[in-house]
Design a protein around this ligand. Sequence first.
Ligand code: NI
Length: 260
Amino acid sequence: MFIDSHCHINLSGIAQRLPDVLEQMQINSVTHALCVSIDLDTFPSVLKIAHAYPHIFASVGVHPDYEHAREPDVDELISLAQDPKVIAIGETGLDYYQLKGRTLDVMAWQQPRFRTHIQAARATGKPLIIHMRSAAKDTLRIMQEEGAAEVGGVMHCFTETWDVAQAALTQNFFISLSGIVTFKNAIKIQEIAKKVPLERLLLETDSPYLAPIPYRGKPNEPAYVSHIGRFVAQLRGIEAEQLGAATSANFFRLFRIRSK
Ligand code: NI
């Protein structure tokens, strides 16, 4: 009934208990998951899981936070994205959270790396998975400058304002809600969760990080997207089944997946 549009089940800690993680998905009616790449060194482990299980998909990309990660160029991303299980480019984007008042030149790699990913996405026709933290203005500007709207994609783990959400929606992007929406102090995101058009909404765990209530502080896993889905359905005053069907259809439409 639900799909986890963003998880990292290839990472150490959760990868060791993969059979259990997949069984819990089944028990909780979580039908598919997208295992998202964070760097080129661990990309093979993402691909391996996606190849082993028909209901797990992969992306390819290098996270903006990793200064010392091997830098991809457009051609390498295009080539790695040729694998049929790779349905998206990312995660990419901008993250200025660590700047804390310093000037941007201490993170000079972020913007060129982000542009590289958008160019690869346009070349392959595959949508983008965008990580945006404390950097909404520059993220939206670079998306615009590089023509990200042509392929679209998802603003993952969305925690920004409604204005930012609307700007992303205008650029042909979906809004994905993580377990943060279930936190008691997440009033602002809960309001956004009510307003995003149902046909542009996705759900994710970002596991093994960010476990939703009632698992907050514990390791997260894709099965818990069912808690997020039920919570968001209640916020919007609709049945969980309706939200699950809509967000699943959105996932297949955005990532151009024909068969379920
Ligand atoms: Ni992530």
